[in-house]
Write a protein that binds this ligand. Structure first.
Ligand SMILES: NC(=O)c1ccc[n+]([C@@H]2O[C@H](COP(=O)([O-])OP(=O)(O)OC[C@H]3O[C@@H](n4cnc5c(N)ncnc54)[C@H](O)[C@@H]3O)[C@@H](O)[C@H]2O)c1
Length: 448
C-alpha cells in the first residue's frame, strides 16, 4: 500500500546567507561560480540542475499535481549564496576561470567583478597525495592537527567576514593518490591522535573533511578521494549532527553507464565486456595521468558495473564480464572530454551484439550543476536535522556510500526515486511507489 501522508518535517527556514566553500577553485568550481552569477543576472539558465529546473509529481496521478522542486522544499535562494574556497594557486576565480578555458571569454569578462572577489584561501596540500601539480598558496604547520585548526579558523572567519549564517563544503580539488583506510581511520579518537602525530596515511582531503565536520559544516566529496566513507568520518558526522555524502560526481561516462547497465540487466541481457576509454586535456586529466590518482578514479568508476551487473546473482549473464576503464591525458581537448564505450552484450540463446557510445561531453559543464544541487540539498538536509551518510543523494555520485551492510544503489532512476521520496517526506507529501495496482478490489486512485 502507498504510505499515507506524513507530517511535514520541521525544517529551519533558509534565512540569511549560505557560504558554499570549495576546496579547489579549478575548472569545476569556477564554472559553478560563474554559472550562478550568470543565472542571477538572467544571462543564462541553470540547465542540468535538478534543484533549479526539476519538477516533482505530488499525490496520485489522478490529481495531476506537480511542483518545482525549489517550491516544495525550503532551499537557499541563489541570491543568498556567497562563494569561497581554497587552492594551492593564488589566482582569484576570474583568473582561474580564464585559465580553465571552460567558458567563453566574453562571459567571463561580463562576470569579472563578482569572480575577482573570490580569492582562494591558502590550501592544505601534500605532494605525497597529488603528484603532478604544486603551488605556492599553501599552509604550513607543525602537525596535521595544526592544519585542521587553520581550516577551522578559515571557515569561522569566512562566515563572519561575509555575514553568512551557515556553510556547506563541496570538495572540488584534484584527485589524490588512492589510499585505503588504515587503523588510524577507525575511530574519531584514533584519527585525532593521527592528526597530532602527523600520521602519513592522513591525506589533505581528510583534513578538510574533519575540519568541516568539526565546524558542523555539511561535507560532500566530489572526487574519488577516500574520506567520507571512513568509519571515523561517519562517526564524527553522526556525533556532530552533520550530513556527509560522496563520492565522485557522476557526470559523463559513468552517468551513461548507470542509465544503460540497469536497462540491460532489467531485460536480462548478458554482458561479456564493457570497454570505456576517454581523452581529456584539463588539469584534472593531468592529475589523473599519475597512476596513484588514476587508481582512485578506476576504483570509483569500476564499482558501478560490479554492483549493477551482479555476477553472484546472475552468473549466466555477468560471470565473466571484462570491464576495462582507461583515461588518457590529451591536452588538445582541454575540458571537452571525448569518451568511447564498447559494450559486448548477448541475448536469446547467447547470440552476441554490440553497443557503441561516443560521448563528446564537457566535463565541468556537466559537473557544475551537481555541485550547486549538492550544496543546496546538503544545506536543506542539515536544516532538517539529517546527520551521517546522506544516501538519498546517491543520485549525484559514481561511488555512493551506504550504511554498513546495505547494498549501494547505482541505478539512476532508483536513485532519483529515493531522492524524490525524501523530498516528499520532508514536505509531508505521500511517498510514491508507482505500484498502480488495479486488481483485487484495490481502489483505482489509491495506488496510482
Ligand atoms: N568535471 C567532472 O566531470 C568531474 C567528475 C567527477 C569528479 N570530478 C572531480 O572534481 C575535481 C575537480 O575537477 P576539476 O576539473 O575542477 O579539476 P581542476 O584540476 O581544474 O581543479 C582542481 C583544483 O584543485 C586544486 N587543488 C589541488 N589540491 C588541493 C588542495 N589540497 N587544496 C585546495 N586546492 C587543491 C588545484 O590547484 C586545482 O586548481 C577532481 O577531483 C575531479 O576528479 C570532476
Amino acid at each position: 500500500m502507498t504510505p499515507s501522508p506524513t507530517k511535514a518535517v520541521a525544517i529551519k527556514p533558509a534565512t540569511g546567507k549560505l557560504a558554499i566553500l570549495t576546496p579547489g577553485m579549478g575548472a569545476v568550481a569556477t564554472t559553478l561560480f560563474a554559472g550562478v552569477e550568470a543565472v542571477k543576472r538572467g544571462i543564462a539558465k541553470p540547465i542540468g540542475s535538478y534543484t533549479q529546473m526539476g519538477q516533482i509529481r505530488l499525490g496520485k496521478r489522478t490529481e495531476n499535481r506537480y511542483s518545482q522542486v525549489k517550491d516544495l522544499v525550503p532551499l537557499a535562494d541563489l541570491e543568498s549564496i556567497v562563494f569561497g574556497g581554497w587552492d594551492i594557486f593564488p589566482e582569484n576565480a576570474y583568473e582561474a576561470a580564464k585559465h580553465a578555458k571552460v567558458l567563453e571569454k566574453d562571459l567571463i569578462e561580463e562576470l569579472k567583478e563578482p569572480l575577482s572577489k573570490i580569492k582562494p584561501m591558502s590550501a592544505v596540500f601534500d605532494k605525497e597525495f597529488i603528484k603532478r601539480i604544486d603551488g605556492p598558496n599553501v599552509k604550513t604547520g607543525k602537525t596535521k592537527m595544526d592544519m585542521a585548526d587553520q581550516l577551522r579558523a578559515d571557515i569561522k572567519n569566512f562566515l563572519k567576514e561575509n555575514g553568512c549564517d551557515r556553510a556547506v563544503m563541496v570538495w572540488c580539488a584534484s584527485t589524490e593518490v588512492y589510499t585505503p583506510a588504515t587503523e588510524v581511520h577507525a575511530t574519531v579518537k584514533s584519527f585525532e591522535a593521527g592528526l597530532r602525530n602527523n600520521d602519513k596515511s592522513i591525506s589533505p582531503s581528510q583534513i578538510y573533511t574533519y575540519a568541516a565536520l568539526m565546524e558542523r559544516v555539511p561535507y560532500a566529496n566530489g572526487s574519488p578521494n577516500v574520506s567520507v566513507e571512513m568509519p571515523c568520518m561517519i562517526e564524527l558526522s553522526n556525533e556532530m549532527g552533520t550530513p556527509i555524502c560522496g563520492s565522485d560526481f557522476k557526470t559523463g561516462q559513468t552517468l551513461i553507464k548507470t542509465v544503460i547497465a540497469p536497462g540491460l540487466r532489467n531485460r536480462q541481457l548478458g554482458v561479456a565486456g564493457w570497454y570505456s576509454t576517454n581523452i581529456l586535456g584539463n588539469r584534472d586529466g593531468e592529475v589523473l595521468d599519475d597512476p596513484g590518482s588514476f587508481k582512485a578514479k578506476e576504483v570509483s568508476k569500476s564499482g558501478v558495473l560490479t554492483d549493477i551487473l551482479s555476477a553472484e546473482r546472475y552468473p549466466d549473464l555477468y560471470k565473466n564480464i571484462s570491464h576495462v576503464v582507461r583515461i588518457n591525458y590529451y591536452p588538445p581537448r582541454g575540458d571537452n572530454k571525448e569518451g568511447w564505450d564498447n559494450i559486448d552484450i548477448f541475448g536469446w540463446l547467447g547470440y552476441p551484439m554490440q553497443i557503441k557510445i561516443n560521448f563528446l561531453c564537457r566535463d565541468s559543464i556537466l559537473a557544475a550543476p551537481l555541485v550547486l544541487d549538492l550544496a543546496l540539498l546538503m544545506d536543506l538536509g542539515s536544516r532538517a536535522k539529517m546527520r551521517g551518510i546522506q544516501e538519498w543523494l546517491s543520485f549525484y555520485f559514481k561511488a555512493p556510500i551506504a550504511k554498513d551492510g546495505l547494498t549501494v544503489e547505482h541505478d539512476l532512476s532508483v536513485q532519483l526515486l529515493k531522492m524524490e521520496n525524501t523530498l516528499r517526506f520532508f514536505s509531508g507529501e505521500e511517498l510514491i511507489n508507482h505500484l498502480g495496482l488495479t486488481y483485487y478490489g484495490v481502489d483505482e486512485g489509491d495506488n496510482v
